[in-house]
Design a protein around this ligand. Sequence first.
Ligand code: ATP
Ligand code: MG
Length: 388
Amino acid sequence: MAHSYIVHYGELGLKGRNRITFERILVSNIQRALEDLGRVEVRRSYSRILVAAPDEIAADTLEGRLRRLPGIAYFAPVTTTKLTMDAISETAIALARDVITPDTRFRVTTSRGNKQFPLTSPEISRKVGARVVAATGAAVDLHTPEITLTVQIYDEEAHLFLRRIPGLGGLPYGSSGRVLVLFSGGIDSPVAAHLMMKRGCAVDFIHFHLLRGQERIRSSKIVAMAHALLEPHRAPGRLTMISAAPFESAMAALDSRVATVVFRRFIMRVAEVIAERRKIPALVTGESVGQVASQTLKNIHVIAQTTTLPILRPLIGMDKAEIIEVAQAIGTFELSVQPYQDPCSLHARRPSIWSHIEDVIEVEEKIDVNALLRETLANYVEEIRITF
Ligand code: ATP
Ligand code: MG
């Protein structure tokens, strides 16, 4: 025996070839996300995807995985039957027996993708409803039902289900291309990464640290956070760990009010080089207007001038409380609040909220930022592969 789910994707406006690409990506994402559980069959059929799993795989486990995959509008444990009114009604009664008692208010709703089927959707609902009433003694309630029995008529079969589980929405991981996330140990950038993944972007991570030695780098919470973000997709990932030590030593002698802005411009430059090498067309940050001194509009402007790549800032209009809520929901919050030593330049004393580009450039000339960029890229980069 097996249990089956029907998976529906939303996002209207997907047409023609785009739709096929989107469906194929979603099918392979579902396969990859469930692969370790056992022999799950995932197949595409017109405007839906069917997932069939052996009974050994618990419904809770399977549903938990599907809930976290972007690109799914909703999914439902489904019973499939032949395209005759008798078969459909028998199946409806069998499903109803488990949950519908004489006191249950229920309704039947039908959607008909197959226009050749001889009855209209309301006719099907009425006939099936009448058979369920006769079998269970329950009352139909079209407006405030406790249970809705859904019938979906397709070309080759009908699907029936009682429970519709909301999906995450968004677009399948990888269907929108790849972005490079500037990933800190804080609360915001993991949420920014999650929101981009939800919009279908595959992500590479880049992090600037002050850790010494391979062992500290590999066991750092940054690796754990990247792993946690990719976990729902079970997608292999790439985290680039870059030492900020050369930059920090160069800055150490200067007590600059624009240190944070200079640091952020430096990491943008490094990120741009890495993105261009990998043909990644956009950078992502966890910035939100006014949250800290480096995130005033003025400073955002000065920082952005270092690159021609688009800088995507999915949190730009969100409040900290809203960001924290998402961080908790996706499971990164606990890791974010663990103590971690950020590069010191992030904590300039009395940081300027209105940096002048002339002052910033003066500091950059003093530290010879171009030489630092070359030195950092040549000798201070460590690649970490995230696998499942
Ligand atoms: P977060 O919670 O993401 O750390 P924050 O509120 O601490 O954000 P900043 O420290 O000003 O804000 O950083 C703004 C953004 O710059 C971060 O969201 C991240 O995208 C990027 N960033 C900051 N520090 C680093 C770092 N060490 N490595 C890579 N990116 C960083
Ligand atoms: Mg931070």
